[in-house]
Design a binder for this molecule. Structure first.
Ligand SMILES: Nc1ncnc2c1ncn2[C@@H]1O[C@H](COP(=O)(O)OP(=O)(O)O)[C@@H](O)[C@H]1O
Ligand SMILES: [Mg+2]
Length: 216
């Protein structure tokens, strides 16, 4: 997967539809995000934000429509191609999704060990990435010993450790308390030297619409 140049389309959705037993959740979703561009997808809980990210990250398949990421059409990929694509992107899940039985170090190093990277290099990269998210001190801890915000930061380190060409953050402003924490988050997002894409939901007080569909 090549790194996109500024201004090049990074993510393209064309008439994408996804439905479950209860009917369509996404219907006729089309949008484009270019490298270096900020686009916000706002929607209340259950409107399909996570779904859009999972589709773009190749974690789920669309029922119809086309999805292109970094110039590759992922909707036309075989299972093996999709598996390979997923291995090369970073994804920070809304609920962290860390392995509870592994330490912070083991969680962050997971993909590197799967790829048989030398232990010396793993140690260097894991420490460097944990330092970036200000979590190096927690390296030997287990997820259960950390707060929600700390788990998110470890999850962020896990997504960044093998330097993927694109990183997806689901609801990046969740579980960060206070302006100070939000400041950290923005610094973290803006200093990552690669394209990243994030989805968020409006603060509770600003939700007026009861419509259950995402809009862009
Ligand atoms: N694997 C699935 N099976 C059935 N329904 C799903 C699945 N994934 C998501 N949904 C449904 O799709 C809708 C959108 O979910 P989601 O993308 O998680 O919303 P958001 O992130 O905007 O809160 C929800 O109603 C959810 O129940
Ligand atoms: Mg969500």
């Amino acid at each position: 997967m090549k790194d996109p140049r500024p201004g090049e389309p990074l993510i393209v959705f064309k008439d994408v539809r996804v439905g479950f037993d209860e009917g369509n959740v996404l219907d006729g979703i089309s949008f484009q995000v270019s490298s270096g561009e900020t686009k916000v997808l706002l929607g209340e809980s259950g409107s399909g934000k996570t779904l859009i990210m999972k589709l773009a990250a190749g974690l789920m398949r669309a029922d119809s429509g086309q999805i292109m990421v970094t110039g590759q059409e992922i909707t036309g990929m075989t299972e093996n191609e999709l598996l390979d694509f997923r291995r090369r992107i970073g994804f920070v899940f809304q609920e962290s999704a860390l392995f509870d039985s592994l330490t912070v170090e083991e969680n962050v190093a997971f993909r590197l060990r799967e790829e048989n990277v030398a232990e010396e290099e793993i140690d260097k990269r894991v420490r460097e990435t944990l330092r970036f998210v200000e979590m190096e001190e927690a390296i030997e801890k287990y997820p259960a010993e950390l707060s929600g915000g700390m788990r998110r930061r470890v999850s962020m380190a896990r997504a960044l450790v093998d330097r993927p060409p694109i990183v997806f953050y689901d609801s990046p402003l969740r579980s960060f308390r206070g302006a100070c924490a939000a400041g950290f988050r923005w610094r973290a997002l803006s200093s990552i030297d690669r394209p990243s894409c994030s989805m968020t939901r409006p603060p509770r007080a600003s939700i007026r619409s009861r419509r259950k569909r995402s809009s862009l």
